[in-house]
Write a protein that binds this ligand. Structure first.
Ligand code: SF4
Length: 493
């Protein structure tokens, strides 16, 4: 265990995330000095005492190891009263994080690819500075100096910021919006899954009722968006292709009948699990005007698929992909995950070679994130993280493989507890990049999100953002929708 004592509550989350990145297998406890007692049987390997004297313009910290060895560090920062933005290089927050980074780097001899950045959207920083007129070198210098980001990650952030900027053109005038519909069912539950998604078998006979509730939300909310420009439509989940062809057909027609699709640049139905994809469903989606789907292998190793409870084979992935091409889909994304249990560099090389034979139009490379709501979390609590590490070589193999297929990075995000402290990156052919993915990352326009577990986002002038969610529990969502109007009516009024 690692204990961090501070004298103020501010930046608890940042401190915790940064320390945890250096010590992923240790419990990290952050609290205001003497406000908590450490459980008696805990094995404390490091205690960090922090004095946030930013009124005086400095931060002091003492690091006490298990064997009693002690090290003290002090850094000057801009006085809090004189700081107009937490993003300033020498703001108290950034200085505090650099101080911790420096000491923990010394202690562990580990460097973090994203340095002190603990947020989920590092490209936002590059994007913000790009729009403020900084050139590429100034952005890179700022990211390295302020956050100790590696050269590789600053280059990647700047490359993606330029591409996102280009792709967002024409969508940021305040008149556009996107539509998201959630289908919270899957064939079975994967071991690493943290989404509110249930095996469709448990909902036999109730899926039509669920869709009727979504239809009610569509009918109620669509009039609020009359006169607005619909830029992208995304049906996600879950696995939307757990729906039967007739259910997909009616959902697609409700969307097309209720919203003006003439301006929509893309219409995604995230198919995902290969074991849910059939030719009938593909034809229904193609006829309905769906332009983009996903066929997600995660890995091309059967033994790993079994370990992570995917309940499908590599052959099913290949067959589903070929079927989708046969049905006429020319925009297919594939998702893979690095750091899956038992996988080594050679497994990632194998997966990339197999994917290169299929040549998807997009590839999303995830680093495994162990989430509390997943079965894998319990496994890790009992057995540790051994054999589940994303390495920089794995990241390199995936990136080189993607670039070899002519795909370029176009969006990026990070998650809590992400393996190796890396990121998830979407690669695509220049004319096959998903606008919706960028809009959700950059929060540049409102998203009307319908269905259980969905979260709508409303962007106001001055970039104020508000969110409103539907109940995650499918039963509760249906009960609410039967009795009440959609909460999105009030939210977007
Ligand atoms: S397919 Fe995706 S949403 Fe469904 S259980 Fe697996 S990880 Fe979760």
């Amino acid at each position: 265990m690692i204990i961090v004592n501070t004298d103020r509550e501010k930046y608890f989350y940042d401190i915790h995330s940064l320390v945890k990145s250096f010590y992923p297998e240790e419990d990290v406890l952050v609290f205001v000095k003497n406000s908590q007692t450490v459980p008696e049987d805990s094995k404390v390997i490091l205690t960090i005492d922090i004095l946030l004297k930013w009124d005086e313009g400095h931060i002091d910290a003492t690091f006490i190891k298990e064997n009693g060895d002690t090290r003290s560090l002090s850094k000057t920062c801009i006085k809090e009263s004189e700081t107009d933005s937490a993003d300033m290089t020498d703001s108290p927050k950034n200085v505090l994080k650099r101080l911790l980074y420096e000491a923990l780097f010394e202690e562990t001899k580990r460097s973090l690819p994203w340095g002190t950045l603990t947020g989920i959207r590092p490209v936002k920083i590059a994007m913000h500075r790009l729009l403020s007129g900084d050139d590429d070198n100034a952005i890179k210098d700022y990211m390295k100096k302020t956050y100790i980001c590696s050269d590789e990650k600053t280059d990647l952030s700047v490359e993606i910021a330029h591409r996102e900027n280009r792709l967002l053109e024409g969508t940021t005038d305040g008149n556009g919006y996107s539509l998201y519909i959630n289908i919270p069912f899957c064939p079975t539950r994967c071991a690493y899954c943290s989404f509110m998604s249930s095996p469709i078998g448990l909902w036999k006979g109730q899926v039509d009722k669920y869709l009727d509730c979504v239809k009610k939300e569509i009918d109620q909310t669509a009039p609020l968006f009359k006169g607005k420009r619909l830029d992208s439509v995304y049906v996600g989940g879950g696995t939307p292709t757990t729906l039967e062809p007739y259910q997909l057909e009616k959902l697609i027609s409700w969307i097309k009948d209720s919203y003006d699709m003439s301006s929509a640049r893309e219409f995604t139905i995230e198919s995902g699990r290969p074991d849910s994809i059939t030719m009938d469903k593909l034809i229904t989606m193609k006829k309905g005007g769906v332009t983009r789907i996903s066929v997600n292998p995660q890995t091309m190793r059967d033994r790993t698929l079994e370990l992570i409870g995917r309940h499908h084979s590599v052959k099913q992935t290949v067959d589903a992909f070929n079927m989708a091409r046969e049905a006429g889909f020319d925009h297919i994304n594939m998702d893979i995950i690095l750091g899956l249990p038992g996988e080594e560099l050679s497994d990632v090389e194998y997966t990339m070679n197999e994917i290169q034979k299929l040549r998807p139009d997009e590839l999303t490379v995830h680093s495994l994130a162990i989430k509390r709501a997943s079965r894998l979390y319990d496994y890790v609590a009992d057995h540790g993280l051994a054999g589940m590490d994303t390495t920089s070589n794995m990241m390199k193999v995936a990136e080189e493989g993607a670039r070899k297929m002519g795909l370029s990075p176009y969006y990026l995000y990070r998650q809590k507890n992400i393996s190796g402290n890396f990121e998830n990156t979407g690669y695509g052919l220049e004319d096959k990049m998903c606008l919706y993915n960028i809009i959700t990352m950059e929060e540049t326009q409102s998203i009307l999100a319908l269905g259980s577990g969905s979260v709508s986002k409303r962007i106001f002038e001055g970039h104020r953002i508000e969110r409103k969610g539907n109940p995650k529990d499918v039963k509760l969502y249906m009960e609410n929708m039967e009795k009440n109007p959609s909460p999105m009516m009030e939210f977007f009024k």
